[in-house]
Design a protein around this ligand. Structure first.
Ligand code: ADP
Ligand code: MG
Length: 695
């Protein structure tokens, strides 16, 4: 550890034992390195003074210059507030304090020229400012144009160690005579990736001369964060690649070509074509494919899967496709059978409810190679299925399909079959790379042409009749609707009551024979489920009342309305999945989120997010903020909670740059001989537990 950075913060000017203790306890800042690593969350422009007359409803943090001409305490003794009238010489604005009233009052000198700083808000059409910062004009003129603002805790506010105090303490570190921050990256890396020196980056991020300097500093630190986040995973992947031999497919694909040319019901998007090229390259490489395919709900992953199957069949191999639910497996079976029928290819289905007689026939056809594609649920890995020659395994709509499960699947093939994992809900690329650290990555980042964005609204119970009326109009135009009820495991009986009541109520409003309303839930017999799904897919059913069994993967392009009851009980990714059941055709689709009026702050945020965006990538970012990274990744070890500046979705290009740097480093200097300072830094990095994985 560098001596200066390792120094205890108590040695800094302006930090006594009391302040040190507060900083230790509240912000976990112990050494100068921690302090410098405590980055501002925003900057304010101190370069100009506003006029009160310029304040508008959306005005952010500003500074005003003028004086306080009146001050009084108002309210009840238990609920006092301090109200001051401030004038800039032309107009007045009220300043309000609800806390630390005695102290504030003692610092105010009536009539003295001061600078106030804060965010205005409006009450009854008049602007006011709560808890503004006050400063003397003399002090103010010394400060930089751009001033860093730091987060502080409630406790720190009561102890009056606020943003300003942190700014001063950081300042004394930056101006310290021993100030020294060594560079950790090699000169090559710094030059190639345009990183400003680490010491400068610390200066600029805390005391920026200009916006440009802030950006350069932030870029440098984001690069660092994303570098150390990805290093262990990339290292792991490079090691695996050396090990895993795979079946080498030929480059001739007659069946594939024939299908694409003569039977494809639409033209592929550019993204779909790109992914297919990536898959093909893997399949022909001689190494085992281990690829993750991400694509938002409705982006068209199924056809990519099917065309990949074609490549396997073209080379004389069989393929399997595993789905997370029986309903989805059935749907895939129906849909893919239709496609496969065009080129005379046989498909089988295996689920938990396949009878032993059916199984026997299936096993035979798999062993003699008659069946080219086996679709199924987890039964695919739990059963003793023997293939003639399994060459490709596709796992659809899962994002927690672990390494162990993949290994189990692979034992089924005599050689290592290629593996393609398709995610249920898209997650930012960088997160994907760490959850699936050892996989290669493809993304479908483009929707098929002609899709209209789904209109989403949040409604309460009293709007229900209006919504039903709207459904009637849509049904009259030939559309179909889903109504989904949550399944709450702890109170399953109550849940079915909800579902049944909802169903009965609907039958009343949508009477037979004019309307066909059907119900679907997990407890039904598979053959009944299949029949209900078929009727809905064939357009015989107008409204399908269901549990979340339809959550994932179901594809009925004519359905244009999704109503989610008790939507506050669903997680964000689940809501996105459910909504993704509509908007799959050319018609305008709607998603209506029903909820009770009592909502937690978290539920409100979720519903608001759903209304504001239809991008699965954006929603997963919000979800991560709500639930924490580890929760989503399913692992606390992912290191994602260490990101301070970098955002997984916004900074994907920086992640990419960092990844390039890592790959180069590991390929050209695996022992870090020419990267001693980096090696040194990582060995000393607190909590950098993956060092042994890398070294
Ligand atoms: P997901 O990625 O959610 O699994 P699907 O594969 O189910 O999405 O595709 C959604 C719908 O879009 C399907 O009806 C499918 O036939 C259709 N589709 C897929 N690719 C295209 C395309 N290139 N052009 C038009 N429609 C497409
Ligand atoms: Mg799908």
């Amino acid at each position: 550890m560098n001596e200066f950075l390792g120094t205890d913060i108590t040695f800094l000017k302006g930090v006594g034992t009391v302040r040190a203790e507060i900083l230790n306890k509240e912000l976990r800042l112990f050494r100068i390195e921690d302090l410098l690593g405590y980055f501002p969350f925003r900057y304010v422009d101190r370069s100009r003074f506003y006029k009160i007359s310029e304040i508008e409803h959306d005005t952010s943090y500003i500074q005003l210059c003028g004086k306080i001409i009146r001050i009084e305490e108002l309210g009840t003794p238990r609920n006092v507030r301090l109200v001051a009238t401030f004038t800039d010489g032309e107009q007045t604005i009220e300043l309000l304090w609800f806390k630390s009233i005695k102290f504030i009052k003692s610092t105010i000198k009536m009539g003295e020229e001061i600078v106030i700083f804060g965010k205005p808000s409006f009450y009854r059409g008049k602007a006011n400012m709560s808890h503004p910062e006050l400063d003397t004009v003399a002090n103010r003129s010394k400060s930089a144009a751009l001033e860093a603002v730091y987060h502080t805790t409630e406790m720190m506010k009561t102890r009056r160690v606020e943003s300003k105090a942190i700014r001063q303490i950081v300042g004394s570190a930056l101006q310290h005579e021993n100030f020294h921050v060594p560079e950790i990256f090699s000169k090559e890396i710094c030059e190639k990736y345009k990183l400003i020196p680490r010491s400068k980056a610390f200066r600029f991020i805390h005391h920026p001369p200009s916006q440009k300097h802030i950006e350069a500093a932030q870029y440098r630190f984001k690069f660092e964060e994303l570098f150390f986040l990805q290093l262990p995973f990339i290292n792991q992947k490079m090691n695996r690649k050396e090990a895993a031999k795979g079946i080498s497919f030929g480059t001739q694909n007659p069946l594939f070509e024939d299908f694409v040319k003569n039977h494809l019901p639409f033209s592929l998007t550019n993204a779909q074509e790109r992914v297919l090229r990536e898959v093909k390259t893997d399949l022909c490489s001689g190494q085992q494919m281990n690829r993750l395919l991400q694509g938002d709900v409705g982006s068209g992953k199924t056809i990519v899967a099917f065309l990949s199957v074609m490549m396997a069949v073209d080379n004389g191999y069989q393929a399997s496709l595993m789905a997370p639910t029986e309903i989805l497996a059935i749907q895939h079976y129906i849909g893919l059978s239709e496609l496969a029928g065009k080129i005379g290819l046989e498909i089988g289905i295996l689920t938990g409810s396949t009878t032993s007689k059916e199984r026997r026939i299936l096993h035979e056809k798999l062993q003699n190679g008659e069946i080219k594609l086996l679709v199924g649920t987890h039964a695919l890995i739990e059963d003793v299925v023997e293939y003639k020659n399994l060459g490709l395994v596709i796992i659809d709509e899962q994002h927690r399909f672990g390494v162990a499960q993949r290994a189990k699947l692979q034992d089924k093939g005599k050689e290592n079959p290629h593996v393609l994992v398709m995610t249920a809900t898209p997650i930012p690329r960088t997160l994907a790379m760490s959850v699936y650290g050892d996989l290669d990555y493809s993304v479908i980042d483009e929707m098929p042409a002609g899709r209209k964005a789904i209109k989403t609204a949040h409604r309460f119970g009293f709007a229900r009749e209006k919504i039903w009326q709207f459904m009637k109009e849509e049904i009259a135009r030939g559309r179909q609707a889903y109504i989904v009820y949550p399944l709450i495991e702890e109170s399953e009986t109550m849940h079915y009551k909800d579902l049944n009541n909802g169903y009965d109520e609907l039958l009343h409003f949508f009477p037979r024979p004019e309307y066909q309303v059907e119900m679907l839930h997990g407890k039904m017999k598979p053959s009944d489920k299949e029949a209900k799904m078929r009727d809905f897919a064939d357009g015989k059913t107008n409204i399908l009342v269901s549990t979340t069994v339809i959550e994932v993967g179901i594809n009925v392009p004519n359905a244009s309305i999704m109503i989610i009851e008790s939507s506050e009980k669903f997680g964000l990714s689940q809501l996105h999945q459910l909504r993704g059941r509509v908007g799959r055709g050319a018609e305008q689709s709607y998603c209506i989120l029903m909820s009770s009026k009592k909502l937690s702050a978290n539920a409100k945020t979720r519903l608001k997010a759903m209304v504001s965006t239809t991008s699965g990538f954006e929603l997963s970012e919000i979800d991560m903020q709500l639930r924490g990274f580890g929760d989503i990744a399913g692992t606390r070890q992912s290191g994602l909670d260490q990101l301070k500046l970098a955002s997984l979705s916004d900074d994907s290009h920086i992640a990419e740059q960092a990844r390039n740097a890592i790959v180069e480093l590991l390929a050209t200097d695996p022992d870090y001989d020419r990267h001693q300072s980096l090696r040194h830094f990582m060995q000393n990095k607190q909590g950098y537990k993956d060092w042994d994985k890398i070294a």
